[in-house]
Design a protein around this ligand. Structure first.
Ligand code: GLU
Length: 293
């Protein structure tokens, strides 16, 4: 049973400080805030700054400032991923203990070359729901002795989930309750479509997928409200929650704000940045109007 029925509702808006907030973020934050108020629950802001190569404290300050201006500051102190690295490490170790992970040595360049080679030969490479090539089988199939030798030699590697094994371990019936269409619907999850996802890299202690489920559980989030671009990622998040025995939130994926060309807004497009609109004299209620709320 989704835990929303057991405890008071908790919602979260979880931006990454790797660019300026734009109208798409405003829609998500307004919806989280409004739904939390309607449910008599809490609205929490989480700073998803696990990718320290792209996230900066200055961008974090700017996004908190934008949210304060919109009247969307967190009901409790913000959770910041960089403060919780040991929790992601513990989740990773548990998946390792369950025998569901393996070290992945291929570089991005090697994967790209392999995919290009296969496609030039007329064999289309399978892709995940975001269109990225699935990780090749090679590392999963490496003989244990070779794996041990490369680890002993200190070779750089990521940790990946053995997806087929993980899905088998989770058992049948994997899915989630989706309320984005206005009614409660049960969605069957298909995590196999993502292949062997990355759980941690040598330069990032946790991947988005690993950190997000640890954070949602730690903050006792009952309702995950976010853009439709993360709809398919939910399959992986439900899988990891089941494997780690974490509670199941309700999911609500909302429409995306699109630009004039019908494309999803990007962080590099300054014209829809909240800071720009604010400088141009738009008010918080104008911003609500711009995202059709
Ligand atoms: N940090 C993600 C983003 O900015 C959101 C993750 C989530 O809501 O699950 O797109």
């Amino acid at each position: 049973m989704p835990n929303s029925h057991r405890q008071s509702a908790k919602f979260r808006f979880a931006p990454s400080p790797n660019g300026e907030l734009h109208l798409g973020h405003a829609l998500s934050a307004f919806l989280n805030h409004d739904m939390a108020r309607e449910a008599g629950g809490a609205y929490l802001v989480r700073i998803e700054n696990i990718d320290q190569t792209r996230c900066t404290p200055a961008l974090e300050r700017a996004l908190l400032d934008d949210l304060a201006w919109l009247g969307l500051s967190s009901d409790a102190p913000e959770r910041r991923q960089s403060d919780h690295l040991s929790e992601y490490q513990a989740a990773l170790q548990e998946l390792e203990r369950l025998g569901l992970t393996y070290p992945a040595f291929m570089t991005r360049g090697e994967v790209k070359a392999l995919v290009a080679h296969s496609e030039r030969a007329g064999n289309p490479w399978p892709r995940d729901p975001d269109g990225a090539p699935l990780y090749p089988d090679l590392d999963r199939l490496r003989p244990p002795a070779e794996r041990a030798r490369r680890l002993d030699a200190g070779e750089r590697h990521a940790i990946r989930l053995d997806m087929a094994k993980a899905v088998a371990a989770a058992g049948a019936g994997l899915g989630w309750t989706e309320t984005g269409s206005g009614e409660d619907r049960w969605i069957t999850a298909d995590p196999l479509a993502w292949g062997d996802i990355v759980l941690s890299r040598s330069d990032a202690p946790g991947s988005y997928q690993l950190c997000v489920i640890v954070d949602d559980a730690a903050q006792e989030i009952t309702h995950v409200v976010r853009g439709l671009d993360l709809y398919h990622a939910t399959a992986v998040q439900r899988l990891l929650q089941v494997l780690l025995g974490l509670p199941e939130p309700v999911y609500h994926h909302h429409r995306l704000v699109l630009d004039d060309k019908g494309e999803k807004l990007s962080k590099s497009n300054r014209s829809t940045a909240l800071a720009t609109l604010r400088r141009e004299g738009f008010s918080p209620s104008d911003i609500r109007g711009l995202v059709s709320l």
